[in-house]
Design a protein around this ligand. Structure first.
Ligand code: ADP
Ligand code: MG
Length: 229
C-alpha cells in the first residue's frame, strides 16, 4: 500500500504582497512556508516587517500579489471571493490582541455570534457555543458579561468564538499583548491543549514567553521570512 499523502495545512510558495505607495512597499517578499497539521509556529519580527500582512494572507483576508497559497490542499489564490469566504469560515479561526467581545452580551451570546454570518443552522447554536466554552475551560462563566471576566478569561472566550465551526487553523495576532503574565500563562496552557487535539496554530508575538512555547519559530525582516533556531 502506498503511504497516504498528508497535505500540509499551510503551503506558501514564493508569496509576495506589494502595496502601491511611493516608493512601493514589498510587505512580503517571496515567502515560502510549510506548516503541518498540529504544528505550533511563532512569528516574530520588528514593527512594519510584514507580520500582519502574512496573517491576512494566511487568513484569506488579503490576496498575494504573486505566488501560491495552498490551504489544506486547496489552491486559494485562484478562488473567487465567495469560495474564499466559505473556506475561511470552515477552516480558520482568528484571535486578536483586543478581544472584540460585545459588552452587553453574555459570554455564550458572544460565542454564538460567530455563527451569525454564513450558512449555519440556528438549531443547536447555543449547544455548539457551550461546547466551545467547555473546550476553553469557561463552562462556569457562560452567563457573565465580558466586563466581569479577567483578561485571560476574555481572551479564552474570544478563542471559544474562534473555535466555532471546528477550524483546522488558528491565526493569532499578539494574543497575549493585553495580558499580564498570569493570564498569559492561562492562554498559553490552552494553546498547548488545542494543539494536542490536532489544531494548527500560528501566533504572531514579540514575547519570548510565547515564542518559547511554540514548536517552531520563524522571523520576518523587511518581508523576508527565515527560520529561527
Ligand atoms: P507588522 O504587522 O509586522 O507591523 P505590517 O504587515 O502591518 O507589519 O506592514 C508591513 C509593511 O507594509 C509596512 O511597511 C506597512 O506600512 C506596509 N503596509 C501594510 N498595509 C498596507 C497598505 N494597505 N497599504 C500600503 N502599505 C501597507
Ligand atoms: Mg502587525
Amino acid at each position: 500500500m502506498p503511504e497516504p499523502v498528508i497535505e500540509p495545512v499551510i503551503e506558501l510558495a514564493a508569496v509576495s504582497r506589494r502595496f502601491r505607495a511611493d516608493p512601493p512597499v514589498r510587505a512580503l517578499d517571496e515567502v515560502s512556508l510549510r506548516v503541518a497539521r498540529g504544528d505550533y509556529v511563532a512569528v516574530a519580527g520588528p514593527s512594519g516587517s510584514g507580520k500582519s500582512t502574512l496573517l491576512n494572507v494566511l487568513g484569506l483576508l488579503d490576496r498575494p500579489t504573486s505566488g501560491s497559497y495552498r490551504l489544506d490542499g486547496t489552491e486559494t489564490t485562484a478562488l473567487r471571493d465567495g469560495a474564499r469566504t466559505r473556506l475561511r469560515g470552515e477552516r480558520i479561526g482568528f484571535v486578536f490582541q483586543s478581544f472584540h467581545l460585545l459588552a452587553h452580551r453574555s459570554v455564550v451570546e458572544n460565542v454564538m455570534l460567530a455563527e451569525v454570518y454564513g450558512a449555519h443552522p440556528r438549531k443547536g447554536r447555543r449547544e455548539r457555543a457551550l461546547e466551545a466554552l467547555d473546550r476553553v475551560g469557561l463552562s462556569h462563566r457562560t452567563g457573565f458579561p465580558p466586563g466581569r471576566l479577567s483578561g485571560g478569561e476574555r481572551q479564552r472566550a474570544a478563542i471559544a468564538r474562534a473555535l466555532m465551526g471546528g477550524p483546522s487553523l488558528l491565526l493569532c495576532d499578539e494574543p497575549t499583548g493585553n495580558l499580564d503574565s498570569r493570564n498569559t500563562g492561562s492562554v498559553l496552557a490552552l494553546f498547548d491543549e488545542l494543539r494536542a487535539q490536532g489544531l494548527t496554530i500560528v501566533v504572531i508575538t514579540h514575547e519570548d514567553e510565547v515564542s518559547r512555547r511554540a514548536g517552531r519559530r520563524v522571523r520576518i525582516t523587511d518581508g523576508v521570512l527565515s527560520e529561527d533556531a
